[in-house]
Write a protein that binds this ligand. Structure first.
Ligand code: IMP
Ligand code: MG
Length: 369
């Protein structure tokens, strides 16, 4: 991820993909022009990299020139009519191929056509590395298109955001989601996750997603995903990760305005952690931290036995069952501790003490993210 001025951008199109697209354009154009010697016209400023890399791949004789139009400011294409500078060469009778970095609304193209109308060229063709079909509002034919992209602002490979980013050899796409804080809350049974999650969600305006609750909700309300999950459970099979992830994705979707999420009870496996990263990435976001409440086994056993006396949960009543659950937690989650530690995202927090003091410890981790 990179930051230019006040916006974040994430990697979008690699230098290799750009190179392949330009190679394809060069080959197609060389075939189409036959014996003509084309004049390639780059539209400055954005097209300087496109032209440079393109002509190196164009293996037949050609001429290269540039014209300049007053350019785009900020993240929205301005509707202003732009003025052309620099067409000094007589192009009558020539095969002219415009080389554009990007075609967005088509306003620039409109101006190009207006200018070339009186030039009596033999033919005028348009080639562009990037094209945003959803933004394009004109009827001019685009003869050669490198890569179609969604209608989102990009930078790099000649394209700028308020002057910055032109020098990047690959292309980045703007991140539109406001910055979220997403936490995976971890801890053995009895560590106090539920209690702490309730405080944290209030304090930081986060949405608490407890996988257990999400499952129960979907099954109770017989949602499509709930029924699907149930069909596996009824057969005594594990619910596939994808079903769980789809349920979580639906929860994330429902809370699109959230400042972030607390995931509780998920992920449990390496594959799930990767799936969660993918889900966050699709929301232009990321998991910021795995915070694990650390509590000694003996204390956990005591807490759960006490809870068992009032909750009536059978799995809280028996010490050896409790110890098994705790062991299983450590066996199964070691891999996740490694996964998040490797990304410097693992934070262990002492889960023994008053509820307030533990909330304070958790807060100091979150405040420093
Ligand atoms: P159009 O006239 O709307 O087709 O787009 C004209 C110009 O807007 C391009 O030549 C670029 O300079 C600029 N532009 C359009 N989309 C983007 C983008 O996503 N990033 C950076 N510049 C852009
Ligand atoms: Mg341009």
């Amino acid at each position: 991820m990179i930051k230019l001025h006040n916006h974040y951008f994430k990697p979008f199109i690699s230098a290799k993909q750009i190179d392949n697209a330009l190679q394809r354009l060069a080959t197609e154009i060389a075939e189409d022009v036959g014996d003509d010697i084309p004049v390639f016209v780059g539209i400055l400023n954005g097209s300087f990299m496109v032209v440079s890399d393109f002509v190196k791949k164009y293996k037949k004789p050609c001429e290269v020139t540039f014209i300049k139009l007053a350019s785009y400011e900020g993240v929205k294409s301005s509707e202003d009519i732009q003025r052309l500078i620099g067409l000094t060469q007589n192009l009558s009778g020539r095969t002219v191929i415009i080389l554009e970095d990007i075609i967005d609304t088509g306003n620039t193209l409109n101006e190009v056509h207006r200018i070339f109308k009186n030039e009596q060229v033999k033919s005028l063709k348009i080639a562009t590395l990037f094209y945003k079909p959803e933004a394009y509002k004109k009827d001019y034919k685009l003869h050669y298109v490198g890569i179609e992209i969604p209608n989102k602002f990009i930078v790099g490979f000649g394209l700028d955001y308020n002057g910055l980013g032109r020098n990047l050899p690959e292309v980045y796409q703007i991140k539109e989601t406001q910055h979220m804080t997403n936490i995976v809350l971890f801890g053995p049974p009895g560590a106090g996750k539920g209690t702490q999650a309730n405080f944290l969600k209030e304090k930081y305006n986060l949405v608490h997603i407890s996988t257990g609750d999400v499952f129960r909700y979907n099954i109770k309300n017989e949602t499509a995903l709930g029924m699907l999950a149930k069909s596996f459970m009824d057969k005594g099979e594990l619910v596939p990760d994808q079903v769980t992830i789809d349920m979580l994705a639906a929860e994330v979707e429902k809370n699109a305005q959230a400042k972030g999420f607390i995931f509780d009870g998920f992920p449990r496996t390496h594959a799930q952690a990767q799936a969660l990263d993918k889900l966050m990435d699709s929301k232009d976001s990321q998991i910021n931290a795995m915070i694990a409440l650390e509590v000694d086994d003996d204390i956990l056993v005591n807490r759960l036995l006490t809870r068992g006396k009032t909750s009536g949960r059978p799995d809280d009543a028996n010490e050896s069952i409790i110890r098994n659950r705790i062991n299983e937690y450590y066996n199964k989650t070691a891999i996740l501790k490694e996964y998040y530690s490797a990304q410097d995202k693992y934070f262990g927090v002492d889960g023994v003490g008053s509820i307030d003091s533990i909330t304070l410890r958790l807060s100091s981790v979150i405040d420093n993210l």
